[in-house]
Structures are given as structure tokens and as C-alpha cells.
Design a protein around this ligand. Structure first.
Ligand code: HEM
Length: 509
């Protein structure tokens, strides 16, 4: 496997890993659909075919012939065109670009991307919605995924984040359960407001993220930009242009109006972390900017659309565990689970050798002792020993983990999710100091919640009013009043209840 520079039809250059089999390297990767005279139609094994639109048949009314390999081959490939969509973040769009380090942070990290100011690293970005399927509208009220892949000389570094500073859960055990409630009802296969709010009202640590999600500031962004949409604008786009964010990104890059984002970090010393008011690994809280200032460290610019969406975006496999020297996995429990969950789902979605797919391949040469597996398309590390050989040893880089940060004393606990008044401080500040300071935003928030919550069963609505009441004394009342008004006005305001649970019956013969 080598890494090669590929020029696009627009003349931008991006470092894109490429498998050097004759099959791929001879392909024309230009985006323009020009037909070149040497582009002869062939089977995937290279045999020229005189007419791809015809089947071989006996006479004018006889049967199709089994010997028509081309026909059968095309169908067999067609029948296998779909791969599983991502279990979450299924709808997404992306592009290639470049990251540039703008501030010296070598005192914090030896990370290759930050080795010097001005250092440029090729990268890929994929933006997504979380809950819906591959065809879901881009304007859905949902957090936006923000996955970045950097091709550093020390290997692939992925940052897999969202556009919101908090999350719904802090105990990772809840993730699959929470996600189920945001997807479809197992009986009706429809989105279900009762399920949605049933979960949230029972798991009050979600309230901070719920507040952000139902505000115009965070829940329905305009494309992948920072501007927000109102509920009405988002719903109009659902119908008129469900791919509006994808189109905005693609068109902007095509016309040379390259979008760029600035990367900031927040840092704390271990001593500051111990004294901090909140558990620094509690994903339902922010690190307030006034206490922990944002520090600009770089900027990335997307300047090249994919030549082929499936190859370069659908097959992109991001994981927070794809790390390089200079950054390590923290003790954030959600991150800890994610480190295993992403590569696991990649092996299910893309196969055991997903790292060999060009968009996922590191730029540096790879030697290790893993071998074989389905769809191994490299030279499989040739004749190199597949064990630590004394005759042909692999050189090791010296990256000893810092043991100072790895001393743990504690007892096993299952009580990560005890809810206390502290959990409502930041949502209250968001209600008063963020929404309260922008004209009309509190009213819009109440309206946005009422429109959705009114679809849930009355007892679920009642429980969620209490959660909002804990945020601020009159918020619960305002939400109750607005929601009950919409519920009354809507004829079909109750989703079909789920069947009562019946134990599964298995018959044994
Ligand atoms: C226990 C918690 C979580 C688990 C188990 C989890 C698991 C997953 C899985 C299985 C995927 C699909 C990956 C694929 O098929 O390629 C995914 C995608 C994603 N997740 Fe998570 N996730 C969790 C929490 C989070 C959080 C807190 C964030 C953001 C801060 C996040 C951001 C993303 C993004 C952006 C993607 C899409 C990546 C892409 O564009 O391919 N996830 N997650």
C-alpha cells in the first residue's frame, strides 16, 4: 500500500491513501462524466463486453442462457450493493480538506498536527444527523455529528464530536436504550413522541442537552453552519429540500467558497480538575468559558468534494480510539465505551479490514503482527514475520504511558446517575442567561417543546413538566400551559401506546 497525491478535476490536491492494485490505479477518478475513447466497457474481471444492455437468449422468445456470465455477474453485484447504514449518524455528508496549526501548543502535546505553527495536515470531515436513517431530512431537530479524520505522519487521528457542548447521558450503559427511544416504535415503525419523552422524563440528567436541542440556537442548524433555523423554517426545508445541508456544502466547495472552522481547546491542570465544581467527565455539563477559557489552536478548510460519495464518505470509519502519540483516552466513561464500540461497528458495517479502504488508511507505513481476514487487498505485509521475531524484529517507538495519571483508587459503583440540584444549574443558566438574553428565544423554546411534547401520552407530559419545573420555577408552568393548549387543539394527539410487555414464548418440541 502506498500513499499518493491525487489531483481533482478542479486542480486541488489532497493526500489520499491509495491501494496500488492495477484495478484501482488505472481507474479514471475525474468527477466529470467525460467518456474517453480508451474507456472500454468490461466485466469486473476485465473482459470487454460488446453490449452491456442485452441478455443472451435463445431465439426471440426462448429462455435466458446460464452462460451469459456478464448478465449474472451484474445481477449478483447489484444484489449486494447495500451495506448496513450506520446504527446512529446514518445521514451525513463530507469533504476533504486541510488543517493548519495556528498556535504553538507544544507545551501541552507532542501531537504531530501541532508540532509547529503553520503545519498542515490533510483531513476529511463528515457531518451528520444522529437519530434518522440515511434518507432523513437535513433539517431534523437533532444534534449534528462532527467527525474529523486527520492523516498525520504518526497515523490516523479521529475527532468524533457533536455540534453541542453536552450530551444526553453520562452513563454509557444508557446509550443503546436512549437511542432506541429516539428512533422508531417497534410496533408502528413510526417516530414516537411518547417513547421520546418517556425516556427523557425518567432520566433527568438529559435536561441540559434537551434545552439546547429544543432551542433555535442548537436544535435545527442551517446546514453545517453556525446559524440556526426556527422550527417553521426547518419544517419547510424538510419537505422542500431534505438535502439542503449536503447541497450547501457541496455547492460551496464546487464554486471555490471553501468553508472553514476554527479549533479551540480548553485545558485544566489535574489540581484544577480536582477542585472543579463539576465532575470534569460528566458529559451533561459544560466547562464554562469564563472559568476555563477557549484557546485557539488551528483552523481547517474543506476544499475538495469527494469524487465518489460511497468510497470516500459512506465508507469512512471514524473512531475516538484512533489516536496518535500526544493525546490519550481520558477517564470519561462515555468515551471509554466509545473506544470499543466504533471499531466494532466498523467491522460489522465495512468488514474486518476496514482500515485498508483507502479513505481509512494511514499515511505512514504499517507493520504489525495482524494478518489475513476477508477482503485483504494489500500485500498483507509480504514475507514479514507475523510474530515478534528475533531475526527480523520490528523497531519500537518509545511512547511510555504517563503512569502519574493512571493511579486509580476506588470501589466499584453503579451510581453515576444520581440526580442532584447541581444537575439543574447549567440548564437554568441556559434558560436565563442565554435564551433569556436573546429576544424571542424563550418563547420559541416553549413553542418548540410544546409542538413535540404534545404528541406524548398525558402521564409522560406531566412527568416532563416536573423536570422543566426543576430548571426554573415558571418554566415548568409555561411548558405545561403551551403543551396542553397544543394537545387540545390537535385531534390525534396521542401516539398508539406500545403493547403491554408479554414474556416471549419459545416452543420446544
Ligand atoms: C456511549 C456513547 C456512544 C456510543 C456507544 C456511540 C456509538 C456510535 C456508533 C456505533 C456510531 C456509528 C459509527 C459507524 O457506523 O461508523 C457512532 C457514530 C457517531 N458518533 Fe457516537 N456514540 C456514543 C456517543 C457519542 C457522543 C457523546 C458523541 C459526540 C460527542 C458522538 C458522536 C458521533 C458521531 C459524530 C458519529 C458519526 C461518525 C461518522 O460520521 O461516521 N457519539 N457512534
Amino acid at each position: 500500500m502506498t500513499f499518493s497525491k491525487v489531483s481533482s478535476s478542479r486542480g486541488f490536491r489532497v493526500c489520499f491513501p491509495k491501494v496500488t492494485t492495477p484495478y484501482i490505479s488505472k481507474r479514471n477518478i475525474s468527477r466529470s462524466p467525460r467518456i474517453m475513447s480508451q474507456n472500454v466497457y468490461r466485466t469486473n474481471t476485465g473482459c470487454p463486453i460488446f453490449n452491456p444492455m442485452a441478455s443472451a437468449r435463445v431465439g426471440k422468445s426462448g429462455p435466458i442462457l446460464l452462460q451469459d456470465f456478464h448478465l449474472i455477474d451484474v445481477f449478483q453485484h447489484f444484489d449486494r450493493e447495500r451495506i448496513p447504514e450506520r446504527v446512529v449518524h446514518a445521514k451525513g455528508s463530507g469533504a476533504h480538506g486541510v488543517f493548519e496549526c495556528t498556535k504553538d501548543i507544544t507545551k501541552y502535546t507532542k501531537h504531530a498536527m501541532f508540532s509547529e505553527v503553520g503545519k498542515k495536515t490533510p483531513m476529511l470531515a463528515r457531518f451528520s444527523t444522529v437519530g434518522g436513517e440515511r434518507g432523513t431530512p437535513d433539517s431534523a431537530r437533532d444534534p449534528r455529528g462532527f467527525a474529523l479524520k486527520f492523516y498525520t505522519e504518526d497515523g490516523i487521528f479521529d475527532m468524533v464530536g457533536n455540534n453541542t457542548p453536552t450530551f444526553f447521558i453520562r452513563d454509557p450503559a444508557k446509550f443503546p436504550l436512549f437511542i432506541h427511544t429516539q428512533k422508531r416504535n417497534p410496533q408502528t415503525d413510526m417516530k414516537d413522541a411518547t417513547m421520546f419523552w418517556d425516556y427523557l422524563s425518567q432520566n433527568e440528567e438529559s435536561i441540559h442537552q434537551v434545552m439546547i436541542l429544543f432551542s433555535d440556537l442548537g436544535g435545527t442548524p442551517y446546514g453545517y453552519r453556525t446559524k440556526g433555523l426556527t422550527d417553521e423554517e426547518a419544517k419547510a426545508l424538510d419537505g422542500s429540500n431534505p438535502d439542503h445541508a449536503r447541497k450547501d456544502l457541496f455547492d460551496s466547495i464546487e464554486r471555490g467558497d471553501y468553508p472553514s472552522w476554527t479549533l479551540y481547546v480548553q485545558t485544566m491542570t489535574p489540581e484544577e480538575a480536582e477542585k472543579f465544581r463539576y465532575n470534569i467527565f460528566d458529559l451533561t455539563k459544560v466547562w464554562p468559558h469564563k472559568d476555563v477559557p477557549m484557546q485557539e489552536v488551528g483552523r481547517f478548510t474543506l476544499n475538495q468534494n469527494p469524487q465518489n460519495f460511497f468510497a470516500e464518505i459512506e465508507q469512512a470509519a471514524f473512531s475516538p480510539s484512533h489516536m496518535v502519540p500526544g493525546i490519550e483516552i481520558s477517564a470519561d466513561p462515555v468515551l471509554q465505551v466509545r473506544t470499543f464500540s466504533y471499531p466494532d461497528t466498523h467491522r460489522h458495517r465495512l468488514g474486518a479490514n476496514f482500515e485498508q479502504i483507502p479513505v481509512n488508511s494511514p499515511k505512514c507505513p504499517v507493520f504489525n503482527y495482524s494478518r489475513d481476514g476477508p477482503m485483504n487487498v494489500t500485500d498483507n505485509q509480504g514475507s514479514m514475520p507475523n510474530y515478534p521475531s528475533s531475526l527480523q524484529p520490528l523497531a519500537k517507538e518509545y511512547h511510555e504511558p504517563n503512569e502519574k495519571h493512571e493511579k486509580w483508587v476506588g470501589e466499584v459503583t453503579y451510581h453515576m446517575d444520581e440526580i442532584t440540584d447541581i444537575d439543574f444549574e447549567q440548564p437554568r443558566a441556559f434558560w436565563l442567561n442565554v435564551l433569556g438574553k436573546k429576544p424571542g428565544q424563550q418563547d420559541n423554546f416553549v413553542k418548540n417543546v410544546a409542538g413535540h411534547l404534545s404528541g406524548a401520552l398525558p402521564e409522560i407530559r406531566e412527568r416532563q413538566y416536573k423536570v422543566f419545573g426543576r430548571v426554573h420555577h415558571n418554566l415548568g408552568e409555561r411548558i405545561r400551559e403551551a403543551t396542553e393548549k397544543v394537545a387540545k387543539e390537535t385531534a390525534e394527539n396521542v401516539s398508539p401506546p406500545m403493547n403491554k410487555a408479554e414474556p416471549h414464548m419459545f416452543q420446544s418440541n
